[in-house]
Design a protein around this ligand. Structure first.
Ligand code: ZN
Ligand code: ZN
Length: 282
């Protein structure tokens, strides 16, 4: 596919990458699971795989629908852009690094603010880890406020279509870190988010909780004190398991619990704000 066509229609990026995703999942299943080379919690279980695929489809649909509104907002904000940036290889690389920096803070906020965790928990609630885990996304990200984190890039002066492309490319690249197949990538571990670093991120071992928020570069975790290397075998999932393969339960259970708490009439405004903005307990 022509690169410029992809920049003009960034929503196609994940669809373009889909054959590669499917090939890698098939390889992980056939070469890893069937030949007994992977641990039990790397197994593909049909109900969970179907749930993961449904979550990806629901996320894509909600992104497409809300994306139209969000791009309108970005185009409006772009009217106030600070710099006139001509896109070339150098400015594209700068955009990728800046977007990855913003992603780090989006991801960190998604773990430390309950409102945002209510969306992100869907990604973490599986107790298995294989390439299909990457498909566990939430249709609630636009409500959680993910789009806010890319606004600085638009204000700096990157055209909205390039910003959306960078966001989706980052998401697409993260597919490759959801595996137990790769133990270590040598020197790349120093700079990049790798399967090893991301396994830690999905761990519920106490020392692994809220660590390794990286998208593509692990340097942000090292700079901001959230890096943890993989030492102990990772136990995957969250401390309050969702215990369902129904994508609607996986998507909405945490929201429902939060709104149940907010419905308590005796809460003061301060207590309500605390329910929404304090760190989650799972
Ligand atoms: Zn996370
Ligand atoms: Zn992940």
């Amino acid at each position: 596919m022509d690169f410029n066509l992809l920049i003009d229609n960034p929503e196609w990026l994940l669809i373009v990458l889909a054959p590669l995703f499917i090939a890698l999942m098939t390889a992980e299943y056939v070469l890893g699971q069937k030949r007994g080379r992977l641990p039990d919690n790397a197994s593909y279980h049909l109900p969970e795989v179907l749930c993961n695929f449904s979550l990806a489809g629901m996320h894509q649909l909600s992104d497409l629908l809300t994306g139209l509104l969000i791009v309108k907002l970005y185009l409006w904000l772009f009217g106030w852009h600070l710099l006139d940036i001509e896109m070339g290889l150098a400015s594209f690389l700068v955009l990728l690094v800046l977007q990855d920096f913003c992603y780090y803070w989006f991801h960190r906020a998604s773990h430390r603010i309950r409102w945002m965790w209510a969306a992100h928990v869907a990604h973490h609630s599986s107790e298995n880890m294989n390439f299909s885990t990457a498909f566990r996304q939430s249709l609630m990200y636009p409500i959680a406020g993910m789009w806010l984190f890319w606004v600085p890039l638009v204000i700096i002066g990157f055209e909205p279509k390039w910003v959306v492309f960078a966001v989706l490319l980052n998401l697409g690249l993260q597919f490759f870190v959801h595996t137990q197949w790769v133990r270590s990538l040598g020197w790349l571990e120093l700079v990049f988010n790798t399967p090893s670093h991301h396994r830690v991120h999905h761990g519920r071992n106490p020392q692994y909780i809220d660590k390794n928020y990286a998208g593509v570069l692990i340097i942000w975790d090292k700079l901001f004190g959230t890096f943890e290397p993989e030492v102990e075998t990772v136990r995957y999932g969250v401390t309050k398991p969702v215990e369902s393969f129904n994508p609607l339960v996986v998507t909405f259970k945490a929201w429902q619990e939060m709104f149940d708490e907010l419905r308590n009439r005796n809460l003061t405004l301060r207590q309500r704000l605390k329910v929404i903005f304090s760190p989650p307990d799972d």
